[in-house]
Design a protein around this ligand. Structure first.
Ligand code: KG4
Ligand code: ZN
Length: 319
């Protein structure tokens, strides 16, 4: 993994053109470094996988181009993987492995979804955010509180010293009984509160951070609990960058335990975006197929619905 956090920090968010140009510069040196560290030779590679989407078109094209060029040079097949499928299957990279079927909570900067996972490639959408993603809500409120990009981890650190009960912030979907999520009200409520309070000292900022985290965690945990009960499942898998949040981990572990269930988190370094999860998803999907049976892919899909893609794949016979 090469992080572009410092490249984008000055702008308070990802600048698409800077991201893709930096990918062009970084990818091949990074690939060489990874190979050196793994003790493997490039000609041992039997399948090349890249992120096909969803994401920024320019950044996806850089990955697809390099993957395809590499596969052509190596004489091996190349496949495009759904970014969220990588996150979804990443807990299987660690021991003990979760057993299918399970409910997966995907929480990142761009997505907040609950999925039912019956096996590799067998995903059904149970609920999703109606507006902002949970990570996006954390990032935006962090900005309001004057924290550095990306705000999620900084917000979590600030929250450690705050009192979550000092401010009552909205948890809209818990009240409505709905099975989706909504986080845009959280950011607006914090913005309003900050305007009312005026200049904020460290303790006041910590209280707000703690309240935001508590509201976000409450809403995520309650919807997980409801979906597990509704699906009659006991296993919950948490994936995506927000899965690194310690308060969320602790709460979900407690919740699952109370239901007689179990919760799995990928190791922290696999929670945030990384290349290993994409390679691993491809290995799981294609391990049982000979190279001749794999159809090479070169396409990027900046907007790509995982549940719809899974439905389609199940209704079309393998070539
Ligand atoms: O999955 P990810 O690495 O990238 C994508 O969005 O695809 O997730 C990044 C998100 C950001 O919104 C970041 O602020 C959030 O995960 N995040 C956290 C924590 N670590 C990362 N949010 C809350 N607490 C954390 N410890
Ligand atoms: Zn991600």
């Amino acid at each position: 993994m090469h992080s572009q956090v410092r490249l984008h920090a000055d702008y308070g968010g990802v600048v698409p053109e800077l991201a893709s140009r930096d990918h062009v510069r970084r990818l091949l040196p990074l690939l060489r470094e990874v190979l050196r560290g793994s003790g493997r030779r490039i000609d041992e590679v039997s399948l090349v996988a890249y992120t096909r989407g969803p994401g920024l078109g320019g950044a996806l094209l850089v990955g697809a181009s390099i993957a395809s060029g590499l596969a052509l040079a190596l004489g091996c097949p190349v496949v495009g993987i759904h970014h969220l499928e990588g996150h979804l299957l990443s807990p299987l990279l660690a021991e003990p492995r979760p057993q299918f079927p399970f409910v997966a909570l995907l929480v990142s900067g761009g997505h907040t979804q609950l999925m039912r996972v019956d096996g590799v490639g067998r995903y059904a959408l149970l609920g999703e955010t109606q507006d902002d993603a949970a990570g996006e809500a954390f990032d935006k409120t962090a900005t309001v509180l004057g924290l550095e990009y990306p705000g999620g981890p900084a917000l979590a650190r600030l929250a450690e010293n705050g009192d979550p009960a000092r401010h009552a912030l909205p948890r809209p979907m818990i009240a409505s009984g709905d099975l989706d999520f909504s986080f845009s009200g959280l950011k607006t409520a914090v913005l309003t509160r900050v305007r009312e309070l005026g200049a904020l000292g460290e303790a006041a900022r910590a209280d707000l951070a703690a309240a935001v985290q508590a509201a976000g965690v409450d809403e995520l945990a309650e919807q997980c609990r409801r979906e597990l009960a509704r699906e009659g499942l006991e296993g919950l898998v948490v994936a995506g960058g927000v899965g690194a949040n310690a308060a969320l981990r602790e709460r979900l572990a407690r919740e699952a335990h109370a239901m007689g269930g179990e919760v799995w988190f990928p190791p922290l370094r696999l929670c945030t975006d990384n290349g290993a999860m994409i390679a691993f998803a491809a290995a799981l999907k294609y391990a049982d197929r000979g190279p001749e049976s794999i159809v090479d892919e070169f396409s990027v899909l900046p907007r790509w619905d995982l549940a719809a893609a899974a439905r389609e794949a199940q209704s079309t016979p393998r070539r």
